[in-house]
Ligand binder design. Structure first.
Ligand code: FES
Ligand SMILES: [Fe+2]
Length: 370
């Protein structure tokens, strides 16, 4: 685990050039180097097809077919017929049944991707149905989120020890309070940077009381950046413990799950490179994942989770607070994107404490060598 505030590099760091957020050519390279060749989040487990059904999605430029067989096993394949490359179904289309039929020449695939029949194919030399299964895509699940990787042989993603910092939160048993999908006018990194710093909070979200927290502790390890609220003047035992503890210390989980009755006064914040952002509060959790559609367009998916049997009034208040904060973030991100679209480099420095998370984003971006 790395305490990024101690990294001397941030003192020399500069903000990224506008082209990183606005150039179509840069975006195309990024699609190749990130969205088509790294683990990316594709959704909540509840977004996945039910047994005996399928759904087509696009990740980067990869057409993917998510299929759950009748036994409940979820698989992912390239949504490309092994005959002459017709998609088996259109993007976002869903279907169900015992088998998938290609719409072009009716080759028939089982739900495990194997080719069951190639009607009318005649007698091509050496032809064997077993050589023409759909090409698989790797899948992984962490907590309640599903990830894909284009390389079927890719090692499972290693989110490292910081992913365990929220292991005590009962995310899997929470209910979804809102499901939202919006296409926004900004590059995906603008939102990831915004999410990874608290510097803007007093100015963009004046209604959030930040006086009780101070200088977010923030650590990173590989794919995960983790920050958490820490009381500035702890007045009780739990607060004192929280001010001292680090993720992984004995007692961390007990403190991290202690309910205070105030949903927004203790939070854990995870950025999972490249496209998942997770907030966990004692009373609610939020996940956002992104799907870039162009250099300056990004689909943002959001799920707000609350506890089963939570008081409806407090759920309504949590939803309203979340929507307000999110729209404030969207607004500033879209305004920043206008400067990027105008091709103007800010050429700025980073705040050495407050923008450690932005530096973490930039380190990942620079490592791509685009
Ligand atoms: S392209 Fe699918 S059956 Fe021909
Ligand atoms: Fe914000």
């Amino acid at each position: 685990m790395e305490s990024i505030g101690n990294d001397a590099g941030i003192r020399q760091a500069k903000t990224l050039p506008a082209a990183s957020y606005a150039s179509p050519a840069y975006h195309e390279r990024e699609v190749d180097r990130v969205w088509s060749t790294q683990w990316v989040c594709i959704g909540d487990v509840l977004d996945m097809p039910a047994a005996g059904s399928w759904r087509a999605i696009t990740v980067g430029r990869l057409p993917i077919l998510l299929v759950r067989d009748r036994e409940g096993e979820l698989r992912a394949f390239l949504n490309v017929c092994r005959h002459r490359a017709s998609p088996l179904c259109e993007p976002e289309a869903t279907g169900s049944g015992a088998a998938l039929t290609c719409p072009y020449h009716a080759w028939l695939y089982r739900l495990d991707g194997s080719l069951a029949r190639a009607q009318g194919v005649g007698n091509p030399e050496g032809f064997d149905l077993a050589d023409h299964s759909l090409k698989p895509i790797a899948l992984a699940t962490w907590r309640r989120w599903v990830f894909t990787h284009a390389d079927a042989a890719a090692a499972q993603p290693n989110f490292g020890p910081l992913a365990d910092a929220i292991s005590a939160f009962p995310l899997e048993s929470m209910e979804i309070a809102i499901t939202e999908r919006d296409e926004r006018s900004f590059n995906w990194k603008v939102l990831l940077e915004n999410y990874s710093e608290n510097y803007h909070t007093p100015f963009v979200h004046p209604q959030i009381d930040t006086s009780g927290t101070h200088d977010y502790p923030m650590v990173s390890d590989g794919l995960v950046l983790y920050a958490w609220d820490r009381p500035l003047h702890p007045t009780d035992e739990a607060g004192r413990a929280m001010a001292q503890l680090q993720p992984g210390d004995a007692g961390w989980n007990a403190v991290a799950t202690a309910s205070t009755g105030h949903p927004y006064d203790r939070g854990s914040y995870l950025s999972v490179w490249p496209n998942l952002m997770v907030n966990v509060f004692p009373d609610a959790a939020l996940a956002m994942w992104m799907e870039p559609t162009a250099a300056n367009r990004t689909v943002v998916h959001r799920r707000l989770y609350t506890h089963v049997a939570a008081d409806p009034d407090s759920v309504a208040a949590t939803i309203a607070a979340h929507r307000l904060v999110h729209l404030q973030d969207v607004d500033i991100c879209q305004r920043v994107q206008r400067s990027h679209d105008a091709g103007i480099d800010a050429d700025g420095v980073l705040a050495t404490i407050e923008e450690r998370g932005v530096y973490w984003v930039h380190q990942h971006v620079r490592a791509l060598n685009l």
